[in-house]
Design a protein around this ligand. Structure first.
Ligand code: PLP
Length: 471
């Protein structure tokens, strides 16, 4: 390790691919570098990004259909978002101060109250999805008191990687390595009957209310794009009301238009007690997240002066972050992006379903809503698995999602199309483009997937290996 080297900002722009990799290996995370290397993405760097496109340092233009895993609802560097941030900086607005009440926080919270249904009115802003979930869980516990602090979550859930969020995230593979929060109970996703049974079991003798404070759930499970049966959320809302358990909707992945609604829970016209959001909320630039709670829920927990600062965070309410989110919400409205997501989504659905009919032996399922779509691939032939296993490090997580990895790499390296694949998704190629995507771009992405699948597993597997070996 050469600890004598010191970097200025202009040095960063000139880092070679090799130096970038070495520094990441030595000072950030060597395992992560290997994972990127398996997909041939370790040496890639982007010189700029605009709208639906990323321009790489070698000049290639990549169509970004990943939407930054839900962050880029407005695409890369939306001009109005840049302008709003530059304005705040140039006018030297007060960025950070805990001594005064922020007009940006106030206006952003008012906009959310106007956007959300019913009495969802009190908002808290923070910096990450897990932090929003953490805040929502604490609010529920404070609302009901320590004797009712049990939490309910589903077997198809991911709510973040902080300790509490991880304790209610069944799909976080790393959970087994950590001590989880006690009194967290799992129910099958989509099964309202099982939820009611759990509520009944937790009603102590002579009490008609369970010792539970909240049920946390996604309207559509975003990580694996899984839908509960129609009517599930309405039933869940009814049960939570009857048993006085707070309903927390996690809209961190699905919020702000991705499913053709402002929030995915609106498809069933329910009003949750608390809603968590993040990702697209920051307009692709700000790391901002938050929760909004129904007025009586918030006021019971934190309504007194003595409790007003019980839940807070240093970076909560930074001016530029909140101003960015205010501008993002205005862009959504002015550009009618929610309707646009719905219409583009119907088109994408049709194109992907056509592909499913064309390749029944390769595609297991196509599912989604709005502009959040997943193509679940069938696992490749054993022969391909054995071939690829020869070049992989032991226990590589890529083997559990090999078809997805092979297709993702081919889309990127041959067709300049970036899709998304998560290791917990098991061969699910995800297209969740920005809501500004046009028909030509959707055609290009589906065309690239068509050309890729037409090659067959053996040929795709060989290209995957060749790329790795040639590196
Ligand atoms: C549904 C859902 N909840 C919570 C989170 C956690 O958000 P963060 O990574 O910002 O902590 C994610 C992240 O992908 C998510 O998809």
């Amino acid at each position: 390790m050469d600890k004598t080297r010191w970097y200025k900002l202009e040095d960063v722009e000139r880092l070679s691919a090799e130096e970038k990799i070495r520094l990441t290996q030595e000072y950030v995370n060597c395992g992560m570098v290997k994972l990127f290397g398996l997909l041939g993405l370790d040496k890639i760097w982007a010189s700029s990004a605009e709208g639906m496109y990323i321009t790489l340092s070698d000049g290639r233009r990549i169509l970004d259909m990943s939407g930054g895993n839900g962050v880029l609802g407005l695409g890369h560097n939306h001009p109005r978002i840049l302008k709003a941030r530059i304005k705040i900086a140039q006018e030297k607005r007060l960025e950070f101060c805990k001594a005064f009440i922020s007009p940006y926080v106030a206006a952003l919270a008012a906009n959310l109250a106007s956007l959300l249904p019913g009495d969802l009115e009190y908002s808290f802003f923070c910096n990450s999805g897990a932090e929003a979930v953490e805040g929502a869980l604490k609010l529920a516990e404070k609302h009901h008191g320590l004797s009712r602090s049990g939490l309910v979550y589903t077997d198809q859930s991911f709510h973040g990687k902080s300790h509490a969020a991880m304790s209610v995230s069944s799909l976080d593979d790393s959970r087994k390595n950590f001590k989880l929060l006690e009194r967290c109970y799992q129910v099958p996703y989509g099964d309202a009957g099982a939820l009611e049974q759990l509520f009944i079991q937790h009603c102590k003798k002579g009490n008609d209310k369970p010792d539970l404070c909240a049920f946390i759930v996604e309207a559509i499970h975003g990580t694996r794009i899984i839908f509960p049966p129609a009517g599930y959320l309405r039933k869940v809302r009814e049960l939570c009301t009857r048993y006085d358990v707070l309903l927390i909707m996690d809209e961190i992945y699905t919020g702000f238009g991705h499913t053709g609604y402002w929030f995915a829970f609106q498809a069933e016209e329910i009003i949750p007690d608390i809603v968590c959001y993040s990702k697209t909320f920051g307009g692709g630039k700000a790391s901002i997240a938050g929760y909004t709670a129904r007025a009586p829920v918030f006021l019971k927990a934190y309504g007194n002066t003595g409790e007003a600062l019980m839940h807070s965070s240093t970076f909560s309410g930074m001016s530029e972050e909140c101003a960015t989110a205010i501008e993002a919400l205005n862009i959504f409205k002015d550009e009618h992006l929610i309707d646009r997501a719905h219409d583009s989504g119907e088109y994408l659905k049709q194109q992907l379903r056509n592909l499913q009919k064309k390749y029944p032996e390769r595609i297991n399922d196509v599912r989604g809503r709005g502009l959040l779509w997943g193509v679940e691939l069938k696992p490749p032939m054993e022969q391909v698995e054995q071939l690829v296993a020869q070049i992989l490090p032991d226990k590589s997580p890529i083997l559990s999602t090999l078809a997805g990895a092979i297709v993702l790499a081919e889309l990127f390296h041959t067709h300049n199309v970036l899709a998304y694949l998560g290791f917990t998704r098991r061969n699910l190629i995800v297209f969740s483009p920005a809501l500004i995507v046009d028909k030509k771009e959707l055609d290009r992405a589906v065309g690239a997937l068509d050309a890729t699948l037409s090659l067959g597993w053996l040929s795709l597997g060989r290209s995957f290996i060749a790329r790795k070996v040639l590196k």
